[in-house]
Design a protein around this ligand. Structure first.
Ligand code: PLP
Length: 399
């Protein structure tokens, strides 16, 4: 009875944007598993879209949340009181970052981090033009949508931000189109939503050099690639560059909503004057979310899971193959499996759910299945997941 009610209410009162919601009614989740109200368990092979990098409901995160909730929750808007979880988390993250990334502005989400970073770049440079790339995803708010690299998604919501130039990803010639009117270049080092498209390292270095030569800021979006997904805490560590502004989100909050844009203290200082309160958020840096995020980061650092990413990536590459998989893109514990059409891919994803595997396709690559499990997944769990995925592919092709 309860289930029917909640399913009905889901469609009646929850705004729907997905044309085919997965619709599992969640009872609980732990480790790599999500359990529904009928007692069926599903392996989460997308980690809540790269949020649950340490798995679901880690006891240390729960403890940190409980302890913080008992002390205080929301007390005031961002940046007025000294709140230990915020400052301790900012301190912990910045210790792991280069010396030009020492000032953290916490937001509620990834898109808000994108918005804040673009404002900061305009403020620091006094310029307005923003360069982004085809295939990019930086969030769904108006500013973030303006830099999204897909016309189908952008077009319905025009007018968007003026002065945005979209260049071809990994194209050296297009770098020459960046000139001294550009405030910032925003880039993902791994474009997630085109199906895990890896940036060419030389191209990234050339992009960084071009920005430096023009005093334009390089914003690196690690909202999805961050927190160990690629085998290092942040992907930029593998590209020989350091961002001027780093965007983080998703796994940042250890399962609670949290994002951030991180830059130098000097640059961030421009948001304090002319106008004062140059960026405002009520809930950004919520102390409970920061306590959860700090606990999650501590677990990541002490678990060895980041170091084990390569071994698990290799295991997937060696064992997750099937004649129907046309192509695999991968970087770390992050893979896309390409099939002949979007229709086949969606059918496979649906059969995977029936077989107890949660996966999905990509926003700009509907013919690819997404594989991005929690980093805590064991090889034994990977073996089960691979078996189920291959079984689902066979069943989908047979029916
Ligand atoms: N940037 C990237 C690379 C993302 O993958 C996402 C979300 O999928 C965002 C930005 C936006 O984050 P949020 O959904 O928290 O606003």
């Amino acid at each position: 009875m309860q289930r029917i009610n909640n399913r009905q209410l889901f469609f009646q009162h929850l705004a729907q944007t997905s044309d085919k919601p997965i619709g599992i009614e969640v009872a609980s989740a732990n480790g790599v598993y999500i359990h529904d109200i009928d007692g069926k368990s599903f392996m989460d092979m997308i980690a809540g879209f790269s949020v649950c990098n340490i798995g679901h409901s880690h006891p240390a995160v729960i403890k940190a949340i409980q302890e913080q909730v008992e002390k205080y929750m929301h007390v005031i808007v961002y940046g007025e009181f000294v709140q230990a979880p915020q400052v301790q988390y900012a301190n912990a993250i910045t210790q792991l970052l280069p010396e030009n990334l020492q000032s953290v502005y916490f937001t509620n989400s990834g898109a808000e981090a994108t918005e804040g970073a673009m404002k900061l770049a305009k403020r620091v440079t006094g310029r307005t033009k923003i360069v982004a790339f085809e295939g990019a995803y930086h969030g769904s708010t108006q500013g973030a949508l303006s830099v999204m690299g897909d016309e189908y998604f952008r077009n319905a919501f025009r007018p968007l931000l003026p002065d945005v130039l979209h260049l071809r990803y990994n194209n050296f010639e297009d770098i020459e189109l960046i000139d001294n009117t550009v405030a910032c270049v925003i880039v993902e080092l791994v474009q997630a939503e085109t199906g895990i498209t890896l940036a060419n390292k030389e191209w990234v270095i050339a992009l960084k050099k071009k920005c430096e030569s023009l005093c334009a800021l390089l914003i690196v979006d690690e909202i999805q690639s961050g927190f160990g997904r690629t085998g290092t805490l942040f992907a930029f560590e593998q590209f020989g560059i350091s961002p001027d502004i780093l965007l983080v989100g998703k796994a940042l909050g250890g399962g609670l909503p949290l994002g951030a844009f991180i830059s130098s203290t000097k640059m961030m200082g421009t948001l304090t004057e002319n106008p004062v309160l140059g960026h405002i958020t009520t809930f950004g840096g919520n102390p409970v979310a920061c306590a959860a995020g700090l606990a999650a980061l501590t677990i990541l650092q002490n678990s060895g899971w980041i170091e084990a990413v390569k071994e698990k990536e290799d295991y997937l590459l060696a064992h997750l193959h099937h004649p129907a998989i046309l192509h695999r893109n991968h970087f770390g514990l992050w893979m896309s499996l390409q099939f002949e059409s979007a229709a086949i891919t969606k059918k496979i994803a649906a059969v995977c759910v029936e077989n107890g595997i949660i996966t999905d396709w990509f926003l700009f690559a509907e013919d690819r299945i997404r594989i991005a499990p929690p980093l805590c997944i064991t090889i034994d769990e990977l073996i089960i997941a691979i078996e189920k995925i291959i079984k689902s592919i066979n069943q989908s092709l047979a029916s």
